[in-house]
Design a protein around this ligand. Structure first.
Ligand SMILES: [Zn+2]
Ligand SMILES: [Zn+2]
Length: 140
């Protein structure tokens, strides 16, 4: 994944981790907002839709990756998860310059809202689509 471990120990940004702490990393404060993916792969893997942040690959600073494992969820997409606690952390599309990071892995406030729904047509029938910033614009 071409992530670098930071030897200085402190970097500005959001801190994220899996539930057990075997994987932890730092990502930049989000400027692009949260994407909600309703595809069948996310539904199966996460038990619901997955809320993700698009992060430039080189901007992710790994602190611990002892238990990070990868699963090929489709031909061109692999998912990074903790092999100890099962937290699903990354959706990594082959050759993409952004890695999708699960918003739920961020400790504390993410500072961003859902801005886009993806694969709405395959969403589960037990919930309504989350409102996006676009939905909240006043209609004149
Ligand atoms: Zn873990
Ligand atoms: Zn998905």
């Amino acid at each position: 994944m071409n992530m670098q471990v930071d030897s200085r120990g402190k970097v500005d940004g959001l801190t994220a981790r899996c539930h057990c702490g075997g994987v932890s990393f730092i990502l930049p404060t989000s400027r692009s907002g949260v994407v909600a993916c309703h595809c069948t792969d996310c539904r199966t893997l996460h038990g619901n839709y997955n809320a993700m942040l698009a992060v430039p690959r080189e901007a992710i600073v790994m602190l611990f990756d002892d238990t990070l494992a990868w699963y090929d969820s489709s031909e061109n997409v692999r998912r990074g998860f903790c092999s100890k606690c099962g937290s699903r952390l990354f959706k990594d599309r082959h050759l993409a310059d952004h890695v999708m990071v699960s918003a739920g892995s961020v400790i504390g406030p993410v500072g961003a809202r859902i801005v886009e729904n993806m694969f709405e047509e395959s969403k589960g029938d037990w919930y309504d689509l989350p409102r996006t910033r676009r939905d909240q614009l006043p209609t004149a």
